[in-house]
Each structure stands twice: as C-alpha cells, then as structure tokens.
Design a protein around this ligand. Structure first.
Ligand code: G3P
Length: 217
C-alpha cells in the first residue's frame, strides 16, 4: 500500500516529504479553505515542487462541460496532476471523456460499491471511498474498501486504483492495508500517529540511559 498525504498545507507536505514515504497528495476544496487559500494553481504548483507523484485537485463545476473544461486546465499545470471529480451522472460523463483524452481522474465522494463500479467503467484512474464519513453515519467504511478491492480484482478491465480516503486514525491505515487498498490518503496528524509507539519511545530512553550508565563507568 502506498501513502498519500491528505492536505493542502504546504508545511505539512514539506515535513512529510522528508520522511521519503509519501508518494502523492490529495486536496479538496475544504482542505484548501482550511489553509485559507483559493489559489489552487499556486498550491498545486508548490506541492508538485515538493512531491514527485500524483497530486489530486478537485473541480468545482457541476455540469459535464464545466468539469471537462476545468479538468483540462488543471491537468495542464503538471503531468502529475490528477483531477478529482465527485460521483454524479455529470461526473461520470466527464470522467469518460477525460479518460479518452488521457487525463487522469480520481472519483471522489464515493460511498457505495455501485458508485465505484461506475467510476471504474468510466475509466477513473483512482476511486476514493470515504471511510471516515461512512463510519460517522454508522456504516462500515472499511468494509466498502475491502468490497471494492475484491470486486475490482475479479475483472481484468477494472484497472482503477482504490484510495482509502477520509482516514481519521491509525487503525484506519492498518485496516486499509489489510483490505488491499492500493493507497491510503492520510492527514498529517495520522501519519505522525502511525510512527509513534509508546514501547519504541520507552525503548529508546532505556537504551540511552543504559549507554550513559555504562559510558560513565
Ligand atoms: O480525501 C478525502 C478527505 O479529505 C475527506 O476527509 O475527514 O473530510 O472526511 P474528511
């Protein structure tokens, strides 16, 4: 499983990139708003200068023509840009046109197996089931990820990669890997939590203390 960072915060991306384990970034309008930024092109430019991998940027239009036009623009900024398009009839139409034009897409706000299947048939490069938001309403978000992965594997033509999105805590990452998600897109806070373990911290302190004791004689 690969890990993308789910943020539009440039400092977080810079910090995470240093670890050498991040292979892409996903943004959305809410993440942009959180950083008080509406200059999508600049933000995407900054991200592509830090991370050499797929960077998702979302369209705001709701009609196929508008989505396609926005997608053409967004994808012209960098070969690494992936256009995020929400599930809808308009979104599927836009994805199929963009797929034929060789533009990479990420089907976002995916909450059902049917939506994921339609995204794959339309030719989406990535399909993003939102795990945390399903959990929030009492449904099993990770079960959906596992189901999508399983169904996609049954068919040769289904080449969309599954991104476990709306990840809220480290257990989601473990479960995404077990479910066979190609990618988990994680907030910076969760990435940091993935690193931590109290026994590691205790072990490091113990090693340091023992070494000090023996070095002092
Ligand atoms: O990648 C999708 C993600 O940004 C949504 O996360 O926490 O707003 O449900 P959340």
């Amino acid at each position: 499983m690969r890990i993308f960072l789910d943020t539009a915060n440039i400092d977080e991306i810079r910090q995470a990139a240093k670890l050498g384990i991040i292979s892409g970034v996903t943004t959305n309008p809410s993440l942009m708003a959180r950083e008080n930024r509406c200059d999508l092109r600049d933000v995407i430019g900054e991200i592509t200068s830090i991370i050499d991998g797929p960077i998702s940027a979302e369209v705001l239009s709701s009609d196929p023509g508008g989505m396609i036009e926005e997608a053409q623009q967004i994808s012209s900024w960098s070969p690494n840009v992936v256009v995020k398009i929400p599930v809808s009839a308009a979104g599927l139409e836009a994805i199929s046109v963009l797929c034929r034009r060789g533009i990479k897409t990420n089907l976002t706000l995916c909450f059902s197996l049917n939506q994921a299947i339609l995204g794959a048939l339309a030719g989406a490069t990535y399909v993003s089931p939102f795990v945390g938001r399903l959990d929030d309403i009492g449904q099993d978000g990770m079960a959906l990820v596992a189901e999508i992965v399983k169904v996609f594997k049954q068919y040769d033509g289904f080449s969309s990669q599954v991104i476990a999105a709306s990840i809220r805590h480290p257990l989601h990452c473990v479960a995404a890997a077990r479910a066979g998600a190609h990618i988990a897109t994680v907030p910076y806070r969760v990435l940091m939590q993935m690193i931590d373990h109290p026994l590691t911290e205790r072990g490091i302190s113990l090693f340091a203390a023992d070494w000090q004791r023996i070095a002092r004689g």
